[in-house]
Every structure is written in C-alpha cells, then in structure tokens.
Design a protein around this ligand. Structure first.
Ligand code: CO8
Length: 257
C-alpha cells in the first residue's frame, strides 16, 4: 500500500489497482493537495507494468467525493479558473492508459461527479447520491459537465441536471445512463472488482488501444485512421498471435508479460 496525505493506493496480483480518495472527514472533497497527489499517483500507476485496470473509490463509505473543496474554491479568481486544475486532473484520469472504474458509495457531487464522468465506467450503490450542485454555488460544472455528461445522458437530461442542481439516487442515475452498473449499498467496490477482473483477463494492449480509440474519437478525431492504425498495431503483437493460436489449439493462452 502507498499512502500520501489525501490518497492511498494498492495494486493486486491480477493487475487491478485501487486508488482511494482519503479525506473522509471532508467527504473526500477534492482540494489542491489531492489534485497534486492524484496527478503523481496516476503517473506512477500508468507506468506500472503490472496495472491493467484502475478502480477509483472514496474512503469512509459516505462519499465517493463531495466535489471540489468549497473553502478553497471560494477564494479562487478568474486567473485561477484559467489554470483549470480540476479539468486537467479529470483529463489525466480520462487519459490513464488503462480502463478506470469509479466505485461510487454515498455522495458524488459537483467535481466529484465530474471525476466519475472522466472514468471509463461507473458502478454506483443504489443509495448513492449524484448531482451537480454548482449553479447553487454561483458557478457551473466546468470540468466535464458540459461535454462528458451529455455524451452519457443526452443533452436534455444533462441540462436538466445542471440547471436544477438536483441530486439523484444511484437507481435514477442508472436509469438515465449516468452509471453503467448498480450495486446494493456497500457493494459498489466489490462489483467494480468483478468488472475489473472481467477486463483484466483480456489482452491489456488490446484493451488499451480500444480505450485510446474510443476517447480520441469521442474528442472529435476521425475514426478511420485510428481504427486502422490501432488494429495494425495489434495484428503485430505477440499476444494476439498467442491468444489466437491458443484458441485454435483449444488450450488456454499463456499470460502476456
Ligand atoms: N468542500 C469542502 N468541504 C466539504 C465539502 C466540499 N465540497 N463537502 C463536505 N465538506 C465538509 C463539510 O464542510 C464538513 O466539514 P466540517 O466537519 O469541518 O464542518 C464535512 O465535510 C462533513 O460535511 P457535512 O457535515 O455537510 O456532512 P453531511 O453528511 O451532513 O453532508 C454533503 C454531506 C451533502 C455532501 C454536504 O457536505 C454537502 O452538501 N457538501 C457540498 C456538496 C457540493 O456542493 N459540492 C459541489 C462543490 S462545487 C464543485 O465541485 C465544482 C467543481 C467545478 C470544477 C470546475 C472548476 C473550474
């Protein structure tokens, strides 16, 4: 286990890394220190050859993350907003080389919900509470709320959630496509682990290329060269050869790496 002041993380034997936000006394509100530590952890885990999937969670059971730290944000001015410290962190989450799964228990509000949006997949407890209270605080969700949110739920639902600041349950979030999986209360992390195990058994390189293709095409890049180049890269990989040979010889593929 690696532990810093506001986060901690582990990597298990199957290549599943678990990164926990660890300010439970502040409902895991994302402060400047946490942003800095998360950048470092993402960099370290992204370069760790053991890692195939990352699970993001909040300590304490009450919150995934209750948003950006309001005490810090109150003092920020226009020049601070231009630095986009939250948006750049969430971009680093989106750009993590392997799939990232948010395991959501309790609150995922504002920047906390935008952090979950930057993940590839979301598993929420039925009783989780998700929403974007920003306009009630005189700001708006400017770190993914206006692009990642509509991609998941459609522009109409995204506007309704942002304009009202309404907080919805995990069940409601699942109904509108804001989260992909529902879990009983207290089980979100276990469900995320099952999902991570399902992903981790596949070719890490193939999953990584698929993620890169999804994300760059979602950002507006042309699909054709990305799919062509991605597949060309994979067609040359020893892992593809071994996995296909194992299929044809009716045996289990040898583990890559
Ligand atoms: N920031 C700072 N402190 C927080 C935050 C937060 N977001 N959320 C909770 N805390 C602190 C509380 O102040 C409290 O501290 P203390 O014990 O010292 O008084 C402690 O956590 C526990 O909180 P509560 O007593 O309120 O706990 P409850 O379980 O009763 O309530 C809630 C939990 C409902 C989560 C409640 O704390 C709450 O409403 N929090 C604020 C939620 C919110 O409005 N989040 C959105 C923030 S705005 C945002 O995220 C903008 C991101 C945009 C990025 C773009 C930037 C350019």
């Amino acid at each position: 286990m690696r532990e810093l002041r506001t986060i901690r993380w582990t990597v298990d034997g199957d290549g599943v890394a678990t990164l926990s936000l660890n300010r439970p006394e502040a409902r895991n509100a994302i402060n400047r220190e946490m942003v800095r530590e998360l950048h470092g952890a993402l960099e370290e885990l992204g370069a760790d050859p053991r890692v195939r999937v990352l699970i993001l969670r909040g300590e304490g059971g009450k919150a995934f993350a209750a948003g950006a730290d309001i005490a810090e944000m109150r003092e920020r001015r226009a020049l601070d907003a231009f630095l986009q410290i939250n948006a750049r962190l969430f971009q680093a989450v989106e750009d993590f080389p392997h799939p990232v799964i948010a395991a959501i228990e309790g609150y995922a509000l504002g920047g906390g919900c935008e952090l979950a949006l930057a993940c590839d997949l979301r598993v929420a407890a039925e009783t989780a509470k998700l929403g974007f209270p920003e306009v009630g605080l005189g700001i708006f969700p400017a770190a993914g709320g206006t692009h990642r949110l509509p991609r998941l739920v459609g522009i109409g639902k995204a506007k309704e959630l942002v304009y009202t600041g309404r907080i919805i349950s995990g069940v409601q979030a699942h109904e509108i496509g804001l989260v992909e999986h529902l879990a009983p209360e207290g089980e979100a992390e276990n469900r995320a682990r099952l999902l991570a195990a399902e992903i981790a058994k596949n070719s890490a390189l193939a999953v990584r290329v698929a993620k890169l293709a999804f994300d760059s095409i979602a950002r507006g890049d042309s699909p054709e060269p990305i799919e062509k180049l991605g597949q060309a890269l994979l067609f040359e990989s020893p892992d593809k050869y071994e996995r296909m040979t194992a299929f044809l010889e009716r045996r289990r593929a040898q583990k890559e790496r």
